[in-house]
Design a protein around this ligand. Sequence first.
Ligand code: C5P
Length: 231
Amino acid sequence: MEYVVIIPAAGSGKRMNAGKNKLFLTVQNVPVIIHTLQVFETDPLCKAIYLSINPGERESFKLLINQYKINKVKAMVAGGKERQESVFEALKAVRETDIVLVHDGARPFIRHSTIRRLVEKAEESKAAIVAVPVKDTIKRAEDAQIMETVERSGLWAAQTPQAFHMSILKQAYESADRDQFLGTDDASLVERLGVAVAIVEGQYDNIKLTTIEDLYFAEAIIKNRLSLPEG
Ligand code: C5P
């Protein structure tokens, strides 16, 4: 039931346009990365945290981790140009686990109850991700011309965390590296191996802070947290 988590935190946050790593921006006066780390610090099932960071930000991360007394960070590895490289570098450092989770540093609102359901599912089925049913109607378009309205039933928006048996995630990353395959999430690398990946339904408030307006949503989510149903 215990797990280790890899948290990629080496992005440059270009789409946030903040002039710095978006994970250092604050929500309710606490840096985004600290909100995320605190979830895992306080989860008794989490044995260790592996962070991938931009080496130029090592001291800033260290200072924050000390200030907020995050004790589970086992290693801070140098990330890469793509998220996939950042996760792969951290994965090479992980040793002591059967179940490994990958969770974006930019998703601070994941709940312990969802993590628990995810880990249980990954234990029985080797690979599982948190996702939510797509609410919008999805169009496929070329040059802003609609080509197709995609059937919505059966569509899910993938989130993190994503959880795997360690040996399978390693195999998936090594295979992607060999074939120079670049996926947009961790599960897509595992899917390539022909391994079935299960879905655990999560919450819509597990947002990834990506663009500037997400900071307003984040403030609202935190303020309303206690009145939202636990899921
Ligand atoms: O850019 P995006 O928000 O999709 O990135 C998701 C997560 O991956 C973020 O926490 C970001 O810091 C991390 N990342 C990384 N290395 C990269 C790009 C993104 O660790 N090269």
